[in-house]
Design a protein around this ligand. Structure first.
Ligand SMILES: Nc1ncnc2c1ncn2[C@@H]1O[C@H](COP(=O)(O)OP(=O)(O)OP(=O)(O)O)[C@@H](O)[C@H]1O
Ligand SMILES: [Mg+2]
Length: 399
């Protein structure tokens, strides 16, 4: 069928033509926004899930929902080895602008505090040229959020922006993607700031997204984090939602799928959003006409698989060194040998046994893979792939 009209959108953070199966999260978020503005106690929201399940696009959709309610919003993507100050100041700068507070002096004051917060990264008394500014013209306001202790500074900063938002009867939402990559000091400061804000009832919320072990990262930092955040596991789509992700965009283009085609698509994709988009795209291009049939799905499958092998699996596999790849393949073998075919996490001791090494000898490889976000550890002594179907890919392609 006409490739120009192909509606499917495989790709990290690519907005899907139909955001299927996330109505519950969107509805719940609307309630959160309402409650926060009314000064009701609310927990910050954290979305967790494997690679490609749709955390980023849901985070973006939640942000749009906040924008529609005229909230001030800002977003950042955490990176390993990058401190929170700079990206957070940029995000908050944007959020304050979006808020549209009518009094320029109040706005300048808060922007001046954000600027001081940002500049503190270079250390006290840094030369002017080393002081980074997130594009703020307002003069620096000294004595707020610039102590150098990130925890104190963040609490003060959130308090000030919360006050500004409360003035206009609205809220500020900060969206943090890849939140598991924040450094330990930043995580703990963020928890403290959220804690403070929730107690004072100021209209500021943090909405995070990250890999499945993010709750463990947060609770290792502050034991009270479990009460602070509302965790939402973002998972593969149920059959009905997966079908809708394919059929709704097709209908827009006056095309359809047969029932057998949809069944085969679900078997192949397992309901994982990234796979749904990749298969949808390949099948559309291969099918001679609508409706798309089981035959079309079978013909297009090798193409979809090889696209995924390159774009989804291969790009990640390439980030691993030879030693790390050996570790990954051993994980895949352990998972394959397991009695439970749906097993996710495997014991690190078993991986070591497969490789014939002591677990300690393997910790550098394991730690590097954790840092690269290829595996995660949700519970002590066990590890799992962050990428769905990664074990299968390794066994089939990376032998
Ligand atoms: N609810 C959904 N319905 C249909 N397609 C979706 C849905 N959510 C995400 N997708 C599609 O899945 C793909 C992956 O989405 P996204 O990048 O948001 O995943 P992610 O969880 O952030 O992955 P990563 O952990 O790699 O950052 C995109 O192509 C997107 O269009
Ligand atoms: Mg993402």
């Amino acid at each position: 069928m006409d490739p120009i009209r192909n509606p499917y959108a495989p790709g990290a953070g690519q907005r899907p033509p139909e955001l299927a199966g996330r109505d519950e999260q969107l509805r719940a978020f609307d309630v959160v926004l309402e409650r926060v503005v009314k000064g009701r106690p609310e927990r910050s929201l954290v979305l967790t899930g494997l690679r490609g399940v749709g955390k980023t696009v849901l985070l973006n959709a939640l942000r749009s929902a906040a924008v529609r309610r005229r909230w001030g919003t800002g977003k950042l993507e955490a990176r390993p080895d990058q401190a929170l100050r700079r990206p957070l100041s940029s995000a908050l700068h944007q959020a304050v602008r979006e808020l549209g507070h009518p009094d320029p002096d109040s706005v300048d004051h808060v922007l001046g505090v954000i600027r001081a917060f940002a500049q503190r990264e270079a250390g006290a008394g840094a030369r002017l040229k080393d002081q980074w500014n997130p594009g703020i013209d307002a003069p620096v306001v000294r004595g707020r959020a610039d102590s150098g202790d990130i925890e104190i500074d963040l609490v003060e900063l959130f308090t000030d922006i919360g006050g500004l938002a409360a003035d206009v009867g609205n809220g500020i939402a900060v969206f943090i993607d890849e939140m598991q990559d924040l450094g330990p000091d930043d995580v703990s400061a963020l928890c403290a700031a959220c804690h403070e804000i929730s107690q004072s009832g100021l209209p500021v919320i943090v909405v995070g997204a990250g890999l499945p072990h993010l709750p463990a990262v947060l609770s290792a930092s502050k034991s009270y984090s479990e009460r602070l955040f509302h965790y939402q596991r973002i998972d593969r789509l149920a059959r009905e939602a997966a079908d809708r992700a394919l059929t709704a965009p097709a209908t827009e283009e006056d095309a359809a799928f047969t029932d057998e085609a949809l069944t085969a698509m679900y078997a192949a994709t397992g309901g994982y959003p990234y796979f749904i988009q990749a298969y949808g795209k390949a099948v559309w291009d291969r099918a001679p006409r609508s409706p798309i049939t089981l035959d079309d799905v079978q013909v297009a499958t090798p193409e979809a698989e090889s696209e995924l092998a390159v774009g989804f699996f291969g790009s990640r596999y390439e980030r691993a060194t030879p030693g790390e790849r050996e570790y990954l393949r051993a994980m895949a073998d352990v998972a394959a040998a397991s009695e439970d075919p749906a097993v996710e996490a495997v014991p690190t001791a078993d991986v070591a046994a497969v490789l014939g090494k002591k677990p300690q000898a393997l910790s550098p490889a394991r730690d590097a893979l954790l840092k690269k976000g290829l595996i995660y550890s949700g519970e002590r002594g066990r590890i799992a792939f962050t990428v769905p179907h990664f074990g299968r890919y390794l066994r089939e392609h990376a032998g």
